[in-house]
Design a protein. Sequence first.
Length: 308
Amino acid sequence: MTAPLTKLAAPDLTKDLDLTLPELHSLLTLAADLKAAPHHYASALEGKSIALLFEKPSLRTRMTFEVAIQQLGGFAVTNNGMIGAREPLKDVARNLERWFSGIVARTYTQKTIEDLAKWSKIPIINALSDLYHPCQALADMQTVKEHFGDWRGLKFSFVGDGNNVSHSLMLCCARLGMHFALAHPKGYEAAPDIIAEAQALAAASGASITITNSPEDAAKDANIIYTDVWASMGDEDEAAERRTAFSDYQVDEDLFALADPDAIFLHCLPAKRGEEVTDGVMESPRSAVFDQAENRLHAQKALLLMLL
Ligand code: CP
Ligand code: NVA
């Protein structure tokens, strides 16, 4: 191996702030090395089996964890379904810890992630909950570094919902010294406690957090414009009212034109073209959405190696 492999102090990655700032830097350095020289790590997870639990659909997260674990010499077993429906979660957790080295879980609630961490002795990785999407944010930080060489001083603007993805991005940007702006319609705010955490981290890193209802203010001179679906998994019954509420929040060519001329467009995917983003912006030469998707593989490999 060519990058130093430090183990995380926390037993789990239930949320972004389970990583210390030095660990975040180490993880992103390791992720870059895993991308450049994957063959150096071909047996790094040899003998380890990891359970992948999905309460909600997934393309990227499931595929990249399965491929990552296989490429590192480990073995993944996937189970789809509600955790705790057929038998109590505390029993599920204490079964899995007898067979597996770790659990990756995508859940409806953050509490399910935290209960898995409480009831099992093996590491839990949050693969998206209602509050956070830390694996996505790690890959996105890797993508920004690849495009700009550094994070400090960049303006990272998220146009859309105060949701799991914007929460994780806000926290990571604040720690890495990026000025973070969130533009959302009234009624779709980010969680106040997460905003407060991000503001404290930004004060320490020299960054800033701007919360606005103006997509134009967020987009102006941005280096990165990011959006996500208007109705997340679990919010589908609100899709019609959200389409109305978010109608002025589409990332279209006019909004993207307000950004820095070298700005990139990011989206965690899946994207709904014609809603939160136009086909033109998605397909533009400055769209880096598939770089993000690729980096899920490398960033999650780094996370697995540092946690297991
Ligand atoms: N971005 C992301 O997590 O994609 P999936 O929902 O397909 O896993
Ligand atoms: N906010 C979206 C992200 C999907 C990767 C959701 O939770 O559905």
